[in-house]
Each structure stands twice: as structure tokens, then as C-alpha cells.
Design a protein around this ligand. Structure first.
Ligand code: GCW
Length: 679
């Protein structure tokens, strides 16, 4: 197979009880078939059981075989069927283990849940089998989406795990790896996948032409077998590049006609296409601004073209002035999303969803939650996070991001009122609960590629798996997800869990502590964004400044500064406005702070920076030392792959430590209280 099974790595276990030998599959289509196939595969590989297919439960009584029990997969018609798309219930009734779905996808998710219970040797398995437990789940988010920034030449923008497994030399790839990708995604609860880069250039513009439509139909079909809807990133300028028009003005009738005809052609070939993801008027991409139109004009024109087919337009809010003069202290990239999109709230069509990055800047190791989630009230919203570790170590440093994503989802926006009575966290909003929306959810920029282990760093697969599981069930803790992933990937050996769980759970804090401190972000090398370079983005056009001087550092985003704090609802706005109440982990995002400022710990800011970087590098080294305990517990090539990356991370964290500490020692002239070596 040439690539690992990742978390679908079934191991024979003699310890679990799995008293079944017959499988009945109720009425349904290909997804039911796939669910049956997955269950039979896992039953065979984990429990050594061959599940024979029976057409009807009664069969087993007739042939009198006092064999083992029956598992039944079904989408019940009656009133007490599980409620809604993707929902499932697993229960033991009269000796039959029923996996019931609100639809066929629900049955598939129920099967993967049962397999997880087997893989992790969960006590819930025996509770289920003794009828003491009924497992009922309903997806937290309607859309649980991966965005692949894959280019048609096979490269991946911000890809750190090899080349694309969707494209090569401008051809679409369709094979065993595609199917195994669909299995992995579906097993984690993903139900939507965008296969091409949001920066749609060159051949990618032609994806919506007969040059690629037949293959896209086949890919859509394959994804459909696992309950996954195919989406494509769209080039807003396609009317010009494909039809030679001299404009892509959304209000121009010729442009509107182009898109109507084009979508008729596309959906004739790929009827189940979920829709399109659009990056427009962003970082040089074409869009409505060119014609004096706004984003609602652009999105709604496309939405009208896809609506006859049930298509969705997912419009990204990553719009900012990327030609800023670094001397300008008023223009603030962090304000741009809110300034651009709040005035359009309520103006978008029902099948348009605004996809909003978790923070106002760009997937930094820590950012405040975008104020758009606090502001928009009449617009479908999706959260965009980045599993690809562009600014969090590029899958060469370990950085398990689920703890970050939990903080983002739990952020209270006060969109329901300042008294805080309403359930108005980001999770409440993107799930559709707060505004009763159904076109909403979560997307992650994927961290996969055609590396043998799918994600470059073996442990980075926890972010692929973790995003899916969290999007399906925002109530899961980061630790529960980590435990599942470790057991499913490496087995249930206690020593493996003892070493890997704390490594995953501490890794975000460790990475943050030796890189850019207290929410300032950046400090990376331009263009590739790897490795320390404190002034890498200090004098450029991207709005990415730390504003350090001989007195202090950080960006004044209060009402005296760029005014960004005012974009939040109260009491958040006031909380961020004052240095004393601003959460310290974001202090330098919101304030220009003197080096001698005393933090709550009693340390000065400059001493905190020194301590944080020395400790962070030490903790990275300790992770490597801890990991060595697994030398005899993992397959040798896996052990060696992970050890080599942890070694690089340990060394590289010292480079980060010394570069940041030296910069601020030279800038401030304030020595380290502990007299440690700073250059
Ligand atoms: O993070 C930045 C990246 C770009 C990316 C852009 C975006 C796909 O540096 O590579 O382009 O954001 O999110 O559109």
C-alpha cells in the first residue's frame, strides 16, 4: 500500500468481547454498503470474526444456529429514528446490536464509533453489549470540512507532508489512496472536502470545464460512498480566463449568463457537487472590488447560479489591505475582516456561507477570536482553522492544535447580549444553534500530503483526526480526542499512552513559549514562514508588526491605537482595552507594553520573555528525552521518524530561544535576572 493506515490501524485483540457472527444490512445505498464493509473489515482484523451477511434477522433463529449475535445496520423510518443527518444510535435490543442512522451517513458514523470502541478497548463496548448503554450522537456542526490547498501541478501551498494525492502534472489522481483518504476523513466525521487551492491559478481554473468534469464526477461518486460532498475552489475571474470576457463584474449580465451556463454544465456532470469555496479580493486574487461592487454582490451572483442545484457558495472573509505602509500606525490588518464584512450582514443569500479564520490575522500560534463571530447576526458563518502548521512548526515541530481549537470554540462572544445569559460561544454560532442556521460549521486547512504517513510528522495526524472528531462533537475534550487517536494509531499499551498523551497535550504551550510571545505572532522568515526572524515581517506591506522599540513592544489596538478593541461586544471590548484586564496571553496583541511592566506573575515583561524562551526550549528537549522511552514499543521506522523530528524540534527551539532573547536583550538593554547566556 506504500502508506500507513494512520488511525484505521486495526490490531488483533483477544481482550475484547465481540459476540457476533451475522450482519444484517437494512434498505439503503452505497453508504450502507461501505458501512457494512468497514464493520466486516474491523470485526475480522480486531476480533478475528467473520461476519456473514444475512438478509433478515429472523434467519438466525430459523437455522437454529445458536451462533453468536446479529448486528443490524438500519435507517429506521419510524418516529424514534435518530434525529437528523449524520445522527446515530447504537443499542442492544433482544440480542441484536442495532446501529441506526438518521440517514446512511449516520449508520457509517455509528459503525466507526463502534470500531473506535473496539480499537480503544473502551469500557463502553461491554456496557453496550450488556445492554447497559445506548450510544446516541448527533453531529455538532452541519458542515465538517477540509480545505486542501493543493495545486494541479501536484504541489501543495503550505503543504508539509509531500505532494498532493489529488493532482499530479495537471491530472486528477483517483486510486486506492483516494479511497483510503475518504475512509480516514469519514471515520473522523468529515462530510465535505475542497480538493484544490483557494488561490485558483492556471489549470485549476479549468476544473469546471469538460477537461476535468468526468473525473470530478468519479471523485464525487467515490466521496459520496463515504458521506463526503466534493467542493471546489473557484476562480472569480473564470469568465475572463475561460470565456474571454473583458470583465468579471458580478453585475454584468454577460458574467451572470456565463456562470448560469457554467453551473448548468458542471452540475449536469457532477450532480452531487456541494458547491464552491471562494477567495476573492484577497492577497491579489480577483473579485468584486475591481468593479466597485461589494462581497455580497459577488457571492450572491454565484449563489444564484448554483442554487437550482442546491449548491453552496462559501465566501472567505480573509480580506485586508496587503499593501500597507509599515510606518502607518492607524491602518490595522486585524480590523479588516470586520470593517469589510459587518456592513454586509444580512445581505448575503441563504446559500452563501462566510468562512471566517479563527483570528483576525492569519493562523498564528495564538490570536484573539475574530470579532466577526461577535458581530454577524444575519449571515451564515463557518469557522476556518489551519491544521497545516504554517505558523506552528510546519509539521516538523509537534503542535497538537485541538486545545487551541477548543479555546476558540468556547470563546463567549456576547452576541446574545451583554448580560451573558445567551449561549453565544463560537461553537453555538457555527453549529447554527444561536441563529437557527443550517448552512454553517467548521473547516480546516488540511495538513495531509502523499508522504507515507499522510502528515509529515506521524504525530501531526492527531490534528487531522482531531479536527474531524471535534467538528463532529464539540463537546469532546482535547484529551479524549488525543487518547482515542493514540490508541487507534499505536495500540492500547499503557506505556505508549503515558508518554505520548502529555507530549500532545503540552505541545501547543511548549511551541508558543519558545516562539513569538504573548500573542504578538509572526517573527518568522518571509515567504516560507519557517524559523525565527524577529523583524522578518516588521517593515513589509502585510500589516504584521511587533512595533518593538527600546522602551517596549506590542501593538496598541486600543481606542487610542488602531481602535480594534471596539469591534468586540461588551464586556469583551473593555476587557481587552485595559492592560490590567487584558488576558496576558494576548497582551502584546492589544497593547504596546513597557519591558518593565509587571505581569500578574510579578515578573517584568522582559523577564517573562527570557524565562518563557529558556523554559520552552528545555521542555522541547525533555519531550525528546521522554520519547526515547518508547524505543521498544513502536515499529522501528515509526519510532525513528518521530525521534528525528523531535530532535530537530529540540535543536530548533534553541535557535528560537536565542534569536528572540538576544533581540530583546539588545533592544531593551535589560539583562536576564538569572544571568543566563544571551548573545
Ligand atoms: O496564511 C496565508 C498563507 C497563504 C494562504 C492565505 C489564505 C492560500 O500564507 O499561503 O493562501 O493565507 O489563507 O488565503
Amino acid at each position: 500500500m506504500g502508506y500507513t493506515k494512520a488511525w484505521l490501524n486495526y490490531k488483533r485483540s483477544d481482550s475484547i468481547r465481540f459476540p457476533f457472527d451475522a450482519l444484517r444490512v437494512g434498505a439503503g445505498g452505497t453508504i450502507m454498503e461501505r458501512a457494512a464493509g468497514e464493520l466486516a473489515l474491523a470485526a475480522g482484523e480486531i476480533a478475528g470474526t467473520a461476519l456473514r451477511r444475512i438478509a433478515d434477522i429472523a434467519e438466525t433463529e430459523q437455522d437454529g444456529s445458536k451462533g453468536k449475535g446479529v448486528i443490524s445496520l438500519e435507517v429506521p423510518e419510524d418516529a424514534d429514528a435518530p434525529d437528523g443527518a449524520g445522527a446515530f444510535r447504537i443499542s442492544l435490543e433482544e440480542g441484536v446490536l442495532r446501529i441506526q442512522g438518521g440517514d446512511e451517513s449516520g449508520v457509517l458514523y455509528g459503525v466507526f464509533e463502534l470500531i473506535r470502541l473496539m480499537q480503544t478497548a473502551s469500557p463502553n463496548l461491554s456496557r453496550l453489549l450488556s445492554g447497559k448503554l445506548i450510544l446516541e450522537k448527533k453531529p455538532s456542526n452541519p458542515l465538517r470540512m477540509l480545505n486542501h490547498w493543493d495545486n494541479l501541478d501536484g504541489s501543495i501551498e503550505r503543504g508539509y507532508a509531500g505532494n498532493s494525492f489529488f493532482f499530479e502534472k495537471e491530472r486528477l489522481l483517483l486510486g486506492e489512496r483516494t479511497r483510503d483518504y475518504a475512509r480516514l476523513a469519514a471515520s473522523a466525521g468529515i462530510n465535505a472536502v475542497v480538493i484544490n487551492n483557494v488561490n485558483v491559478r492556471g489549470a485549476a481554473t479549468w476544473l469546471i470545464t469538460e477537461r476535468y468534469l468526468p473525473q470530478l464526477a468519479a471523485l464525487s461518486q467515490l466521496f459520496g460512498e463515504y458521506g463526503i460532498a466534493l467542493y471546489l475552489s473557484l476562480n472569480f475571474a473564470a469568465p475572463m480566463e475561460l470565456a474571454g470576457l473583458d470583465t468579471c463584474d458580478p453585475l454584468d449580465e454577460r458574467v451572470q449568463e456565463f456562470w448560469k451556463r457554467k453551473m448548468l454544465e458542471v452540475y449536469a456532470a457532477v450532480p452531487d457537487l456541494g458547491g464552491f469555496l471562494v477567495k476573492a479580493d484577497s492577497e491579489g486574487r480577483p473579485g468584486p472590488f475591481t468593479y466597485g461592487r461589494n462581497h455580497a454582490d459577488g457571492a450572491n451572483m454565484l449563489a444564484e447560479a448554483v442554487s437550482p442545484y442546491g449548491g453552496k457558495i462559501i465566501w472567505r472573509c480573509f480580506v485586508y489591505n496587503c499593501s500597507q505602509d509599515w510606518r502607518d500606525r492607524k491602518t490595522d490588518r486585524a480590523r479588516a475582516g470586520y470593517d469589510n464584512f459587518m456592513p454586509l450582514d444580512g445581505r448575503f443569500s441563504d446559500n452563501v456561507i462566510l468562512q471566517i479564520k479563527n483570528g483576525p490575522m492569519d493562523f498564528q500560534v495564538r490570536e484573539p477570536v475574530s470579532p466577526l463571530f461577535s458581530g454577524l447576526r444575519a449571515t451564515n458563518q463557518m469557522l476556518e482553522v489551519q491544521a497545516a502548521q504554517e505558523y506552528t512548526g510546519q509539521q516538523r515541530h509537534l503542535c497538537y492544535l485541538v486545545p487551541m481549537w477548543k479555546e476558540i470554540l468556547d470563546f463567549k462572544t456576547y452576541a446574545g447580549g451583554e448580560d451573558g445569559a445567551a449561549a453565544d460561544t463560537v461553537a453555538d454560532i457555527v453549529s447554527g444553534r444561536l441563529y437557527e442556521q443550517t448552512d454553517c460549521g467548521m473547516a480546516a486547512v488540511a495538513n495531509t500530503g502523499n508522504d507515507e504517513n499522510w502528515t509529515g510528522h506521524d504525530l501531526a495526524a492527531a490534528n487531522f483526526y482531531g479536527f474531524g472528531r471535534l467538528a463532529f462533537d464539540t463537546g469532546l475534550s482535547a484529551e479524549e480526542i488525543a487518547r482515542e487517536w493514540i490508541a487507534c494509531t499505536f495500540g492500547t499499551n499503557a506505556e505508549i499512552m503515558k508518554v505520548l498523551l502529555p507530549m500532545l497535550m503540552d505541545s501547543w504551550s511548549i511551541y508558543e513559549s519558545y516562539t513569538s510571545p504573548l500573542g504578538i505572532g509572526w517573527m518568522v522568515n518571509p515567504s516560507h514562514h519557517y524559523g525565527p526572524n524577529v523583524d522578518g515581517y516588521e517593515y513589509d506591506r502585510w500589516g504584521t508588526y511587533h512595533r518593538s522599540d527600546c522602551h517596549g513592544m506590542g501593538v496598541d489596538r486600543t481606542t487610542e491605537g488602531t481602535g480594534y478593541t471596539a469591534q468586540y461586544n461588551e464586556p469583551n471590548a473593555s476587557m481587552y482595552e485595559a492592560m490590567e484586564t487584558c488576558p496576558e496571553e494576548l497582551l502584546l496583541f492589544f497593547h504596546h507594553v513597557p519591558y518593565q511592566y509587571r505581569l500578574k506573575s510579578g515578573k517584568t515583561l522582559i523577564q517573562h520573555i527570557y524565562d518563557s524562551h529558556f523554559e520552552g526550549a528545555m521542555r522541547a528537549q525533555e519531550m525528546l528525552e521522554q520519547f526515547r522511552r518508547l524505543d521498544k514499543f513502536l515499529e522501528p521506522e515509526v519510532y525513528e521518524r518521530i525521534r528525528a523530528r523531535l530532535k530537530h524540534q529540540s535543536d530548533h527551539s534553541k535557535e528560537w530561544r536565542d534569536r528572540i532573547n538576544t533581540y530583546y536583550f539588545r533592544m531593551s538593554g535589560i539583562p536576564d535576572e538569572k544571568g543566563r547566556t544571551i548573545y
